[in-house]
Design a protein around this ligand. Structure first.
Ligand SMILES: *Cc1c(COP(=O)(O)O)cnc(C)c1O
Length: 400
């Protein structure tokens, strides 16, 4: 199949009869019609609570839900669909981990994250530290915006129990050497968690090849609906973990005094699950696989190089980070123009970019800024979007 963003765009209702230039894909992505229709048809044709009902409608809903789980497991090459836990998103997945494996840390034991993390891979660990007396440590970044692991013994110590790092920075676009980092974590006996919110949507992810213990991501950043995300975990780890939430479905038996747990993954899916959203995410996975993740990564790479070439020659434009291995995220500022003013002017031309701290205040502090502008790409963007952006930028710079 020939990769053509212009023809892909036709699959997305939001781009029909619209000149929208959508460059805020690191925040959320647009939805193809097939995802919207799949959710609608679940509600129209097969709506019943899953895993409970004996009647046909309940069986149909359960089948669609469990088929989505299987699809997602294959998409990331998980050894078993039982290792796929449906959560509310990356934030939900990391909070689950911080409440289960984070809760059993002892005072002085260490959690290792980095300066480039999203708040959802910082705050849950700060809360775990408050509960347990464990210590939170940060891997710094270098001038290019890469993790600085030149002195690994400083960060990976015998006290390190949990290492949780982003696959790709949502501010700098840096793609981290996840497999190498997993090996470093394992060499000191720590578990390794990947914040894959910017990983899975943009590249082929094979959780076995990455050698991680846990991998987390959000449906809405990969053409899927909001309200659904994934926690993948290695079965042995999941079996040994305590549940985070209690309620229906996650139990085996309940007496007035105590309860025993259902098997993995249901042990971690208390209450009625987000089955309509899960089925929608399954449709998004089909859509992405049909294009292939290899082609998507290649397309975003080309687009990023094109944008960087054009941006580098704009006078007074400062780019943040220059990582050699990067994905489709570019942060920048224009001299003498506040990023919020910039975003407002671009909006006049129906161009959507993000400005602010991007839920990464510690990183912005390291960069010496309180806000940057950010453009981020996905499958439906093409060079004409970047040309329109640059054209709009020219008139803004004339105005100021
Ligand atoms: C968006 C994002 C998150 C949080 O995802 P939610 O869907 O808001 O839970 C975490 N990490 C990174 C790198 C992100 O880009």
């Amino acid at each position: 199949m020939e990769f053509s963003p212009a023809s892909l765009k036709r699959d997305f209702p939001i781009f029909q009869d619209s000149d929208l230039v959508y460059l805020d894909n690191a925040a959320t992505t647009q939805k193809p019609g097939i995802v919207i229709e799949t959710i609608e048809s679940l509600y129209r044709e097969a709506n019943a609570n899953v895993h409970r009902a004996i009647y046909s409608l309940g069986t149909e809903a359960t089948n669609r839900f469990e088929t989505a789980r299987l699809k997602i497991s294959k998409f990331i090459n998980a050894p078993s669909e039982k290792e796929i836990i449906f959560t509310g998103g990356t934030t939900g997945s990391i909070n689950l981990l911080s409440r289960s494996i984070g809760n059993i840390l002892k005072p002085g034991e260490e959690i290792l994250i980095s300066e480039m993390e999203h708040h959802s891979n910082i705050v849950p660990w700060q809360l775990a530290v408050q509960r347990t007396g464990a210590v939170l440590k940060y891997i710094p970044i270098n001038k290019n915006g890469e993790l600085d692991i030149s002195d690994p013994e400083k960060y990976f110590t015998p006290q390190t129990k949990i290492v949780s790092l982003t696959h790709m920075s949502n501010v700098l676009g840096t793609i981290n050497p996840v497999k190498k980092l997993a090996q470093m974590a394992h060499s000191v006996g720590a578990v390794f968690i990947v914040d894959g919110a910017q990983g899975v949507p943009h590249m082929k992810v094979d959780v076995q090849d990455l050698e991680c213990d846990f991998y987390t991501f959000s449906g809405h950043k990969m053409l899927g609906p909001t309200g659904v995300g994934i926690l993948w975990g290695e079965m042995r780890q999941l079996e040994n973990m305590d549940p985070f939430m209690g309620g229906g479905e996650m139990i085996d038996t309940v007496t007035m005094e105590s309860s025993t747990w259902n098997s993995v993954p249901y042990k971690f899916e208390a209450g009625t699950p987000n089955f309509a959203q899960a089925v929608g995410l399954g449709a998004a996975v089909d859509y992405l696989e049909n294009i292939t993740m290899e082609k998507i990564a290649e397309h975003e790479q080309g687009l990023t190089n094109y944008a960087l070439t054009k941006l580098r020659i704009i006078e007074g434009l400062h780019l943040y980070g220059n990582p050699p291995k990067r994905g489709g995220v570019i942060s920048f500022n224009l001299k003498n123009i506040h990023p919020h003013d910039l975003a407002q002017f671009l909006n006049e031309d129906n161009i959507a970019i993000r400005v602010g701290h991007h839920c990464a205040q510690p990183l912005l502090k390291t960069l010496g800024e309180t806000a940057t502008a950010r453009m981020s790409f996905y499958i439906y963007n093409d060079e004409s979007d970047i040309d329109k952006f640059c054209h709009s930028l020219d008139s803004i710079r004339e105005y100021f």
